[in-house]
Design a protein around this ligand. Structure first.
Ligand code: ATP
Length: 302
């Protein structure tokens, strides 16, 4: 009997999941290009947040039939700190993010937030604790308000405007005759790449997660737009634990700590200055980007 019910259970679970936070998760799945293949443990408990400390404790993970995608990865992200993650294409950066969002469980080691193993907490509480500004922010065919609010449906008008202000979109909204009621997306007002990014930042600011993940786009914005997006991101990161995957090293040069990944392992870690002194992989990548003209060069561009 169990074998008949199990698929139905899974469908029911998926349905509830999808209904609960349809848009958010849909976009997240799109972004990370997969669906989670984990379920809550029978004794799963809500995550008890303290400061939002993130720890990877000798984590290993292999995609089906592949060699280890990541192997023995340990990361320590102190509450409220800003940590950068970089490394060549295929190094395992996205895999790290997916493990943090618990799209998979590690094959070895543990991923912890505030000391709690993610395999023991409810996925709902984990999702509430995490925010993501993805590489490509997708806008729905709806109002600007609806596009910003879905991380926190009960947010007030004042909260939404404040989030947009902090995401450097205050002037933009004030210039719109219909303000928050302006329709955006494919069938509405077309936003530039930088504006879309900042809508993504406003969503994250409004959601106010304990841990924020920034997944930097590979393609460079023009330098003026880049400056505005960076200011918005810095505002979103202020006072909360932030993990930023960077393709342009300049965006994480001020990080409290930078982890450099290579072939599934942490090759080096330290501050920007320490890593330059070390004269290893990071220093080489930095040199290459500086020579190529910073905004034009993404280290892991194919
Ligand atoms: P990029 O900067 O190009 O996005 P990355 O550092 O994020 O790269 P990952 O995407 O985490 O790297 O990939 C790490 C390793 O896992 C690579 O060898 C990759 O080919 C492999 N991999 C990633 N996703 C899958 C998947 N869905 N199935 C099989 N192998 C995968």
């Amino acid at each position: 009997l169990m074998s008949i019910y199990q698929p139905l259970n899974i469908l029911g679970w998926a349905y509830r999941e999808i209904k609960q936070s349809a848009v958010d998760m849909e976009r997240l799945f799109d972004t990370l290009a997969l669906k989670p293949d984990v379920a809550d443990a029978p004794d799963a408990r809500p995550l008890q947040l303290q400061g939002g400390a993130v720890r990877f404790d000798t984590v290993g993970f292999a995609h089906d039939g592949r060699a280890r995608s990541i192997d023995g990865v340990s990361l320590d992200v102190a509450p409220g700190s800003f940590v950068g993650l970089c490394g060549p294409s295929g190094a395992g950066k996205s895999t790290i993010l997916r493990l943090l969002f618990r799209f998979y469980d590690p094959a070895a080691g543990r991923v912890l937030i505030d000391g709690q193993d993610l395999t023991h907490v409810t996925q709902e509480s984990l999702r509430d604790a995490l925010g993501l500004v993805p590489q490509d922010v997708v806008l729905f065919n709806d109002t600007l308000r609806a596009n910003v609010i879905y991380g926190r449906p009960e947010a007030s008008e004042a909260d939404i405007l404040d989030a947009l202000e902090r995401a450097q979109l205050g002037d933009f909204v004030r210039a719109l005759p219909e303000g928050l009621a302006t329709r955006v997306g494919e069938r509405g007002l077309k936003l530039s790449g930088g504006e879309k990014q900042r809508v993504g930042v406003a969503r994250a600011i409004l959601k106010n997660p304990a841990v924020l993940v920034l997944d930097e786009a590979t393609s460079a914005l023009d330098s003026e737009t880049e400056k505005e997006v960076q200011a918005a991101l810095a505002e979103a990161a202020r006072g909360r634990t932030t993990i930023a995957v960077a393709h342009r090293l300049s965006t994480i040069a001020n990080a409290d700590r930078i982890y450099v990944m290579d072939a599934g392992r942490i090759a080096e870690s330290g501050t920007h200055a320490e890593l330059l002194d070390r004269d290893g992989l990071y220093a080489r990548m930095w040199k290459r980007q500086s020579e190529a003209g910073d905004s034009a060069a993404a280290i892991d561009a194919p």
